[in-house]
Design a protein around this ligand. Structure first.
Ligand code: BGC
Length: 274
């Protein structure tokens, strides 16, 4: 089965139909630059461009968003235009695309994909996936089930918001060496370990491609730490999986113009592969 996944990021909006049996893109992805200002209306138009490029209409679409998403409504906007707060994004996109749309937090989407097809496959204890980029995203799994919208990047650490100190943007902004940045990430992971005692940390985001530069510098944690495996496509794959899951949970009579759903839809990892 194929479902279209779209990943909304700060620099690009990319999407592709996803083969849910393989957890991989069924076609080459299509990407447009994120409009500026990235208002809901402008972004909706870009999402439409991506979706239209696949001639995809009337069929389910999953979309990631870099903020809290509950019942299809975007609730926070730490690194995006503040006009997204309290927008019924599932309805907005559903109307624009003429397709049922499921909206899910970007890190939750990446986590869903990694738990089924990547680094977290078969892991049943507490697993924390973190995405390092402009901010820090988090996805927490317990017994293979997602606890949505955990937002652990906003924890305070040493008087600062963790994502302001340890995101890859912070590394670039402050011109930190791999060593100094890894030291900050280590402190952050140690804090998370104290709170959650996970068995595994999965490190995602673009920086996961450079894991050999910093993972060996992170020491002293009990949990295993591994890089994500799906790299750039985790968000697209996870968005499509969330859309399929919402579709399965939806009563047959539900309005097809918009699914008021989010990652809170059933997320048992075993339920995702098709
Ligand atoms: C947002 C999260 C998001 C993360 C990564 C944070 O600033 O609050 O919702 O997952 O950035 O994009």
């Amino acid at each position: 089965m194929h479902v279209l996944g779209v990943d909304i990021g700060g620099s690009g909006i990319k999407g592709a139909p996803v083969d849910l049996a393989r957890g991989d893109l069924a076609e080459e992805r299509f990407k447009v630059l994120t409009p500026h200002p990235a208002t809901p209306d402008a972004v909706a138009e870009s999402v439409r461009e991506v979706v239209d490029s696949f001639g995809w209409s009337g069929r389910p679409v999953g979309v990631t968003f870099p903020g809290v998403v509950t019942s299809g409504t975007t609730r926070t906007a730490a690194n995006v235009d503040k006009s997204w707060i309290d927008v019924d994004t599932a309805a907005l996109l559903g109307a624009r695309l003429g397709s049922p749309v499921t909206v899910v937090n970007d890190a939750d989407a990446a986590g869903i994909a990694e738990m089924t097809f990547g680094a977290g496959r078969g892991r049943t204890g507490t697993v924390i996936l973190l995405t390092f980029g402009t901010g820090i995203g988090s996805a927490v799994f317990i017994g293979g089930r997602l606890v949505p919208n955990t937002e652990l990047g906003h924890l305070e650490l040493g008087g600062h918001e963790a994502e302001k100190r340890a995101s890859t943007k912070a590394k670039d902004d402050h011109d930190l060496s791999w060593h100094s940045w890894a030291h900050r990430v280590q402190k952050y992971l140690a804090h998370l370990e104290m709170l959650f005692s996970p068995e595994l940390f999965v490190i995602g985001g673009g920086v996961s491609r450079k894991a050999s530069k910093f993972l060996p510098l992170i020491e002293g944690l009990k949990a295993e730490i591994v890089p994500a495996q799906l790299l750039n496509n985790a968000g697209i794959v996870g968005a499509a999986m969330a859309a399929r899951s919402a579709m399965a949970a939806r009563p047959a009579t539900a309005d097809r113009s918009a699914i008021r759903d989010s990652a809170a839809a059933p997320t048992a990892v075993a339920g995702f592969a098709d």
